[in-house]
Design a protein. Structure first.
Length: 369
């Protein structure tokens, strides 16, 4: 199949007029103009924009399903729902639940990795190695200190599908967990009470990512820069942002994009009620209420989101983020964080033909994957 006459976000994240050819799920040709014959399947995309498929590396659920349900049918429905929102690759994300439930969840995710819908590319393990002081919507009962042997058993038993593991670095007193786990997957700072120095020390040991920046950690202060200040003070650490207009003020989003545009990773952090409207549902061990698009616990604590990557793209552009910067933050940047940038995240010859076709109003016309 050859897509012609489209505006395309290329591998350098420049918007240009180009054609591209897809064969066996890969991009095989990409040029300003491609030759073709009457035998070729040609799709005229005049008036549309083609971007890489979105990569959501932190999403708990959607369409009524949650990763930790450990339910294959629910996970398949979640994958189909995400595909309608332009997400062609995602990491189902676990919560702080029992070790038994985590192991069961990992096994089910592995079982579903070849199914239809958005491609499951691995797991984001958000719990249980977090701080009770910054637990957010995570439960208390199963929080535990980072233990590499526990993690390694999870990793080995599921065949190495864990792409991200989150920890509170102050609970990893020797730094041994980071130093060992970084060889297996990306280690991310999350749900942490650590300060600037603690975060910098964790980055020096090998942590290279920050989960939902600004949330479940101390805020940025001129005398106490915290994890946020440590991230902005590095050249390599990736940082997630939930861009639903609830978790972070648009002015802060703009500042982060101006400061680290090549390291921002837009995520949804969506829970099961994403796509379901207002109502109630479980997130881990907690009951969450969604009202007017805001998900909270009974005490008012924000509990994930009900947004999706497509809506976040529209938010970002409305807030003044350059279109190509927004697209990169939803595609290549997160692909790099899970070490899959050679396969997904940009439109280049040899990569998977994961792409989204948008109209001038940023509405989705088609999704290929």
């Amino acid at each position: 199949m050859i897509l012609i006459n489209a505006k395309v976000v290329d591998g350098d994240f420049r918007l240009r007029k180009a054609d591209l050819e897809i064969e066996d799920g890969r991009i095989v040709r990409f040029a300003d103009t491609l030759s073709y014959t009457e035998r070729d399947l040609v799709v005229d995309c005049e008036g549309f924009t083609i971007v890489p498929g979105f990569v959501d590396i932190h999403v708990h659920g959607g369409a009524g399903a949650d990763t930790c349900d450990a339910d294959a049918e629910g996970l398949r429905n979640m994958a189909k729902f995400l595909l309608t929102k332009g997400v062609t690759s995602f990491c189902p994300t676990t919560m702080t639940v029992s070790n038994e439930d985590i192991a069961k969840t990992l096994a089910v995710v592995k079982e579903c990795m070849a199914d239809e819908g958005s491609n499951i590319v691995g797991v984001n393990m958000e719990g249980p190695f977090i701080s009770a002081k910054r637990k957010g919507a995570q439960g208390d009962e199963f929080i535990q200190a980072p233990d590499f042997e526990v993690f390694k058993k999870f990793y080995d038993d599921c065949g190495g599908i864990i792409k991200l593991v989150d920890i509170a670095p102050e609970c990893d007193e020797t730094g041994e967990f980071i130093e060992k786990a970084k060889a297996l997957c990306t280690v991310s700072l999350a749900h942490t009470a650590t300060d600037y120095d603690g975060a910098k020390a964790a980055f020096e040991k090998g942590a290279s990512h920050a989960t939902h920046l600004f949330n479940a950690m101390a805020g940025l202060s001129h005398r106490d820069p915290g994890v946020v200040g440590a991230v902005l003070d590095t050249d390599t650490v990736g940082a997630e942002l939930i861009c639903d207009g609830i978790h972070i003020h648009p002015a802060v989003v703009r500042h982060v994009f101006k400061t680290i545009p090549e390291r921002v990773c837009v995520i949804s952090d969506a829970m099961r009620l994403s796509g379901m409207g207002d109502g109630e549902g479980m997130l881990g061990v907690n009951l969450v209420t969604v009202k007017d698009g805001k998900a909270t616990l009974e005490d008012g604590t924000i509990a994930g989101s009900v947004t999706n990557m497509h809506d976040e793209l529209k938010n970002l552009v409305f807030w003044g983020i350059p279109f190509t910067d927004a697209i990169r933050a939803m595609t290549l940047n997160p692909a790099k964080e899970i070490r899959m940038e050679k396969e997904i995240g940009s439109l280049e010859v040899g990569k998977r033909a994961d792409l989204v076709v948008l109209d001038d109003n940023l509405e989705i016309v088609a999704v290929y994957h």
